[in-house]
Design a protein around this ligand. Structure first.
Ligand code: FDA
Length: 303
């Protein structure tokens, strides 16, 4: 209910160009690194080192919103390549995530393909995985097509798929690949997006299980304890090894549970947003699920 009011407000704030510019100048507020690894590479490396200390790995997301030119796309790809080198130099337990729109997908899918090729060539040298985030449904097919082309050449590339899209179970079957399964952060028409939360949850579990049974490495990205418990039970029943999947959570969400999962012997990877575009990322997170404000506040108190 409250989402209907706060969602559009945060969506509006996320897109306000003056606020985006102001946020870049002002920098991360106190406590901002709860959600964002850092604006600078040194800050993000510090965040990842803290995670690594207790056995949590990281996937560093090079944030990039509203790119307007091929040069912007190249700048984001350069930043990703810089991050990959730094991960290697500092021997961090980390990998990379990014959106294809941040490297030019909307300008021309060939630009995104070219920039991803540069990023993947660098990551491959260091045996590092790169995960392509999934975005709104309008660009889903285009993202999957670029991923399919990249995959023929690179084995270190994976993709996120969303449980709240009707098309996803067909995509999962089509791809037979390393997949990060998420519930989905975007909404839209009812013939494209599943609206009922119960159905999204049930679909989420089906997709994770389907990908595991297909023998594909699966990134179980959720903070939902019911999902986590169900998957733990499933892998035990099916005799699926702990090296076949990992749990993923967002930076700042359920830090205590993240550590517990490591102690229980699971591989845990934390999604760490990096860069000056932290403001838009944060507003979008609050827009999609305002309840996360409360969860985040609780998480901050628990730290
Ligand atoms: P949901 O939001 O339905 O929450 C379910 C339950 O989880 C809550 O009722 C509560 O019990 C518990 N919970 C949630 N947060 C909590 C907290 N902080 N503390 C305690 N309990 C909490 N989306 C997308 O569209 N494309 C993408 O590429 C990605 N990538 C991505 C990577 C990673 C690593 C993650 C974790 C998520 C994404 N997402 C994403 C976002 C995803 O689609 C989804 O919006 C969020 O993960 C929220 O969904 P949950 O699965 O956490 O459950």
């Amino acid at each position: 209910m409250i989402e209907k009011i706060t969602g559009p407000v945060f969506e509006y704030l996320a897109e306000d160009k003056r606020l985006i510019e102001l946020a870049r100048k002002v920098g991360l507020p106190l406590g901002g690194t709860f959600f964002v690894g850092g604006q600078t590479l040194d800050e993000t490396v510090g965040t990842v080192q803290t995670l690594n200390q207790d056995g949590r790995a990281a996937t560093i997301d090079c944030l990039g919103e509203f790119i307007e030119s091929e040069k912007d796309a190249i700048d984001i790809a350069d930043e990703c390549i810089k991050v990959i080198h730094r991960i290697s130099e500092d021997q961090l337990n980390a990998q990379i995530s990014l959106k294809l729109t941040s490297v030019g997908l909307r300008l021309n899918p060939e630009i995104a393909f070219a920039q991803m090729t540069r990023i993947l060539e660098t990551a491959e040298r260091f045996d590092m995985r790169v995960t392509i985030n999934m975005e709104e449904e309008a660009v889903c097919e285009s993202i999957i097509r670029v991923f399919e082309r990249l995959r023929t050449r690179f084995s270190n590339v994976g993709i996120a798929l969303q449980a709240n899209l009707y098309r996803t179970r067909f995509d999962l079957e089509r791809l037979q690949s390393t997949v990060r399964v998420v519930k989905g952060a975007y909404t839209g028409p009812a013939d494209i997006y599943i609206e009922r939360k119960e159905t999204v949850d049930a679909t989420y579990l089906q997709l994770v299980k389907q990908n595991l049974l297909q023998g594909c490495y699966t990134q179980v990205a959720t903070h939902d304890e019911d999902m986590i418990q169900d998957i733990v039970e499933f892998v035990h029943q099916q005799g699926i090894g702990y090296d076949q999947f990992e749990f993923q959570m967002l930076q700042g969400m359920r830090p205590n549970r993240q550590k517990e999962l490591v102690e229980e012997g699971f591989r845990v990877v934390i999604y760490v947003p990096h860069g000056v575009d932290w403001y838009t990322y944060l507003m979008k997170r609050l827009a999609e699920r305002p309840a996360n404000i409360v969860f985040t506040a609780i998480s901050m108190l628990r730290l």
